[in-house]
Write a protein that binds this ligand. Structure first.
Ligand code: ADP
Length: 654
């Protein structure tokens, strides 16, 4: 049998350097990380054994054993889970697989103090062991492999690790930490037990430790041969709400999500009826880095009667709620349910609907709580038996200002939520209520459609909005001028998904939504009769010039007309109702997608000196092109031929 030496992947080496060279505010976390790996390994075995019960060999009872040896100065964390083959040990313990850990490494600042604080909150899986150990030895045998197919992996956490084949009587993995001199206080039953209670109490397997008893003759504690569970080994979600503290909910979340922050809110319910299940769902405080990809897995773990089945069941939550993390435990699904079955199952569909409803009403509550202290009647289906709906409190500190919570949620996940307008027709009205926007009257993204409606002017018949690339562009857009003048509020939509999302939302509670950059400006009863008259007269007297403009710009503009929507600007571009805006078309093009060629309509302000000068000008053609290109620039677009634009302007300047 030969030993092989391997080098760590560069990122692992970097991580290990940090772990071994830093002082930790919270070294305890290594226990949580290693116990959690052990528990995952048992879950994996249980799942594989559903179809191959022989993997259990003669030891079907799964557990995790934590022991220590004062003489040898070691701690050992052993599980009888799935185990590792030699190749798996090389791959999994030599490279970083988990995206959370990779994110962590990418966040490292090089400032050791800051970085080690980060690690304390984060945990970096297996490598956390090096916080307390100068050397780690792993012995493992894959379930189902022959006894001489075991592997021994050893590393001092510098650049390399050694691997050799060994014989392992028992299936599973045992990890032995050779403690550093400054970590000797972990060689204590009391210490280890209290750390386990703190971080790993919810682990659904028994975590066993050897009893200790006082030996009068020796004058010290000695370990007894029998092993006892030190955790309550009950899956947190199966307990009654009254028995779970906020801190336990938060700790459970952190374990589940590998997030270092507390969640913003959670909801925990036992749902009864034709489909029975328990749901414990969390809204995180911050967006994960991969949130923007619609391919990102939902963060929901599926259990069936407390047996872990999969964390890859995208059918448990709609895509637009992929930021939600949590657990669903079904009482109805068969244990050996296959992926295909999961997709089609009626129970899964019911669970997904129930989850969606729950999350939306939790968000509604958050929004209402943030908006006011007024008690809010929950509109929940009677079948759902509420265990708890909680808004997380900041522990220790004074509670964050109430308005912040929904705002914080919305800043992190608002854009993702909007995808639901196109994805989930059944809940569109609920979703619409959850949306928030800035407006020309409010800079913060805080205006709901309901707020807007409550502030509408007498005679106003539509909810007006504008889409643009940025808040500044939206606010200063020429199309807004008449609305500003008349003091009418316009919602500013600057999110990439806004226009697409709103195309699925023609109205809000009976009031139509109207883009101020689409169609003819129609202020209805808000429009002055005199203004209307003046515009008609202008259109009449401008007709010859409009025709000339149309002719000069025929390749660029679909039409040229006089408008009342402008006050200070000479011209602007609009599109027909129902057409893509020029921004959306531009965005689709940039994203390499097919976008319809959109010829906008050029609207001119008959009152503007530039427009007045146009008539009879010897530079009519150049001015016409400049007018058009400037209108394009004003909304964040680029002239098709920028060099010609510059040349024309320069000619005029000279
Ligand atoms: P992760 O977050 O993926 O658990 P770790 O660095 O903690 O990251 O572990 C890396 C990989 O090593 C795990 O994904 C798993 O495949 C393997 N591993 C770690 N601990 C064990 C164990 N006790 N039993 C079996 N495999 C393990």
């Amino acid at each position: 049998m030969t030993k092989q030496t391997h080098v760590f992947q560069a990122e692992v080496a970097q991580l290990l350097h940090l772990v071994t060279h830093s002082l930790y505010s919270n070294p305890d976390i290594f226990v949580r990380e290693l116990v959690s790996n052990a528990s995952d390994a048992c879950d994996k075995l249980r799942f594989e054994a559903l179809n191959a019960p022989e993997l259990f060999e003669d030891a079907p009872e799964l557990d995790i054993r934590v022991s220590f040896d004062k003489e040898a100065k070691t701690i050992t964390i052993a599980d009888n889970g799935i185990g590792l083959t030699e190749q798996e040990a090389i791959d999994n313990l030599g490279t970083i697989a988990k995206s959370g850990t990779r994110d962590f490494v990418s966040k490292l600042s090089g400032d050791q103090q800051k970085d080690s604080q980060l690690i304390g909150q984060f945990g970096v899986g297996f490598y956390s062991g090096y916080i307390v150990a100068h050397t780690i030895a792993v012995e493992s045998r894959r379930a189902g492999a022959a006894k001489d197919q075991g592997v021994r992996w050893v590393s001092a956490g510098t650049g390399e690790f050694e691997v050799e084949a060994v014989t392992c009587e028992k299936r599973g993995t045992s990890i032995t930490l050779h403690l550093r001199d400054d970590a000797m206080d972990y060689l204590s039953h009391f210490k280890l037990k209290s750390v386990i209670e703190k971080y790993s109490d919810h682990i659904s397997l028994p975590i066993l430790m050897q009893q200790e008893e006082w030996d009068k003759d020796k004058g010290e504690y000695v370990q007894m041969p029998d092993w006892n569970a030190v955790n309550s080994a009950s899956a947190l979600w199966t307990r009654a709400k009254k028995d779970i503290s906020d801190e336990q909910y938060q700790d459970f979340y952190k374990n589940l999500s590998h997030d270092q922050d507390n969640p913003l809110a959670w909801t925990h319910n036992r749902v009864e009826g034709s489909t029975e299940y328990t749901q414990l769902l969390y809204v995180p405080a911050k967006a994960r880095q991969d949130l923007w990809s619609r391919e990102t897995k939902a963060g929901i773990k599926l259990y069936v009667k407390r047996v872990f089945i999969t964390d890859d069941a995208d059918t448990l939550m709609p895509t637009y709620l992929r930021f939600v993390q949590g657990v669903v435990d079904s009482a109805d699904l068969p244990l050996n349910v296959s992926r295909e079955l999961l997709q089609e199952s009626r129970d899964m569909k019911a669970i997904r609907e129930g989850n969606t409803r729950r999350v939306l009403s939790m968000l509604e509550d958050l929004a209402n709580k943030s908006a006011s202290d007024a008690p809010h009647a929950e509109s929940d289906p009677a079948a759902e038996n509420d265990i708890s709906d909680v808004t997380a409190k900041e522990d220790g500190d004074a509670p964050a200002p109430k308005e912040d919570v929904y705002g914080q949620f919305y800043a992190a996940f608002g854009s993702v939520l909007k995808e639901g307008l196109g994805e989930d027709f059944a809940n569109r009205d609920k979703l619409a209520k959850l949306l928030r926007f800035a407006s020309n009257h409010t800079d913060t993204v805080s205006v709901s459609f309901a707020d807007y409606k409550a502030r509408m002017k007498v005679g106003q018949e539509a909810i007006y909005y504008i889409t643009a690339d940025s808040q500044a562009a939206a606010k200063n857009s020429p199309q807004l001028e008449v609305f500003k003048k008349k003091g009418i509020e316009v919602l500013l939509m600057t999110d990439r998904v806004d226009e697409w999302g709103l195309s699925f939302l023609p109205e809000f509670e009976g009031t139509p939504l109207q883009s101020v950059a689409k169609g003819a400006v129609d202020l209805g009863a808000l429009q002055d009769e005199d203004e209307k008259k003046a515009a008609e007269t202008a259109a009449e007297s401008f007709k010859p010039m409009l025709d000339k403009l149309k002719d000069v710009l025929k390749d660029k503009a679909k039409d040229v007309r006089v408008t009342t929507r402008l006050v200070d600007s000479p011209a602007c571009l609009v599109v027909e109702d129902g057409e893509y805006s020029t921004q959306l078309a531009r965005m689709l093009k940039q994203a390499g997608q097919q976008a319809p060629e959109i010829k906008p309509i050029l609207e001119v302000n008959a009152e503007h000196p530039l427009v007045k000068k146009l008539e009879g000008s010897p530079s009519f053609n150049d001015l016409a092109h400049i007018l058009f290109d400037q209108a394009l620039l004003a909304e964040g677009g680029l002239p098709e031929d920028p060099a010609s634009y510059v040349r024309r302007v320069n000619t005029l300047l000279v």
